[in-house]
Structures are given as C-alpha cells and as structure tokens.
Design a protein. Structure first.
Length: 200
C-alpha cells in the first residue's frame, strides 16, 4: 500500500510540473511587464537629459574653443609680426573690424596663421566650413580682439543673454564695438534673440 501511494505522489508531481520535467523561465506576462518598465525608465531618462540640447551644448563648447584658439593665434601673430593677419597695410585698426570673415566665408587671412604654424590646416578647414565665428577688434590701435558666435543650446543662449544684460558682451554703440555687420546683443531680455556669445 505504501508503494502505491508513493508512486501516485510521484506521478502527480510530474503531472503538476513539480518534478524533474518542470521547465524554468518567465511567462509572457512577466516579460511584457519588465519591457514596459524598462521603456518607462528609458523615456524618463531621455527626457531629463534632453539629447538634442546636449548635442547643441557640445557644438557650442567646440565653437567657443575655436573662438579662443583663433583669438590667441591672432594675438600671437600680432606679437611676432606687429600686425594682425587680416591687415594688408600694417594697420592695426582694420577699416571694417567685423569683416574678418564677413559672413561670406572669406577666411583667406587664416592661411597666414597656418603658414606661421599658429594653427593647423584641419582647424582652418573646420572654421571655414562652420562659418559660425565673427571676429572684430576695438577701434583703437591697442584694442581687444573679440570673437563671437551665435549659440545653439539653451544653456549658451541664456549665458549670452546674461552677458549682454550685464555688459560683459560689448554692444553696438559701445566704444569698443565699431560699426559693422553684426549686433552682438540683439535683445538682452530675450533668451531666443540673436545674442552672440563673445570672448574674451
């Protein structure tokens, strides 16, 4: 009698999946729930880091670095040659100080910086292709060289607006900004206005 009961119990366990024949794994419902939770978390993370803003911030950071490198290269060139690379007649006060690329891709004077090893050809190619930097110099002989660009990211736009509002960025009408092709500060109260981020 005992043997029949143990045999019956063993058969019943196998039929219910409690024995050797049971397959381990997740049910379809469990998998769908896990996938849904992962999807919700992915959306939350992507919305918090805003990938488009991060890409634009990276581009703005690269452009700011390019502006700093271009200003430094121009200043080094001036220290050696006692003229800026865009000067054609040894005049340290260019007639059109905004005209160093003129917004039309004319960067011929950058070749002088390459020839004197102030910058590399790859840098010049990128600056010419982007055509985002506007360079100008204060009107007097010992004036400061400024480099500006229109930011794409909201973080840099906010910084440009604040710099315009507190006069860190020179504006048209200021003594250091000669009349030219751009207005560095279009509207110091509007983050989406064309306010340039300028160095130094």
């Amino acid at each position: 009698m005992i043997d029949i009961l143990s045999l019956y119990s063993s058969i019943r366990k196998r039929m219910n999946g409690d024995g050797i024949g049971r397959k381990s794994g997740f049910t379809m419902i469990e998998l769908l729930v896990v996938i849904a939770v992962i999807g919700v978390l992915a959306v939350a993370v992507l919305s918090s880091i805003n990938p488009i803003e991060q890409i634009n911030k990276g581009r703005d950071t690269r452009t700011r670095s390019d502006v700093a490198q271009l200003i430094n290269a121009s200043d080094r060139y001036f220290a050696i040659h006692e003229e800026y690379p865009w000067d054609t007649d040894n005049n340290t006060t260019p007639a059109d100080p905004y005209n160093h690329n003129n917004g039309n891709g004319e960067w011929d004077w950058l070749d002088l910086l390459v020839d004197t090893a102030e910058v590399k050809q790859g840098f010049v190619n990128r600056v010419e292709q982007d055509d985002a930097i506007r360079l100008f110099k204060e009107g007097d002989e010992n004036g400061t060289v400024y480099g500006c660009f229109l930011p794409r990211s909201q973080a840099f736009k906010l910084e440009a607006m604040n710099n315009c509002a507190d006069d860190t960025t020179p504006d048209n009408g200021d003594p250091e900004v000669p009349g030219g092709a751009i207005d560095p500060c279009e509207d110091d109260t509007d983050q989406d206005a064309d306010n340039y981020a300028c160095l130094p």
